[in-house]
Design a protein. Structure first.
Length: 82
């Protein structure tokens, strides 16, 4: 059985954030709020999916073979820029 809540005193900033997330994730406002509430109560998925590249920070490795393979991309053809 599912329950129904009425939430009052939602700030404009929170409303904008919820609506933005709903639009971005193509979900209903209700789904976004229920997921956030469950996560806040320690009942939802603990990992948050990000669309950034933070997981790559500090993982760069020098690779001379790769550098040689892409060296041609560094060369500028003056005739192509006229």
């Amino acid at each position: 059985m599912s329950m129904q809540y009425t939430i009052r005193a939602v700030s404009e900033a929170l409303d904008r954030a919820v609506r933005h997330r709903a639009r971005t994730e193509r979900k209903s406002i209700n789904a976004v709020v229920v997921e956030a509430l469950a996560r806040g109560m320690g009942m939802g998925p603990q990992s948050v999916e990000h669309a950034d590249l933070d997981h790559l920070i500090g993982t760069w490795q020098e690779d001379p073979d790769f550098d040689r393979a892409v060296a041609d991309f560094e060369r500028i053809d003056p005739d192509a820029w006229q």
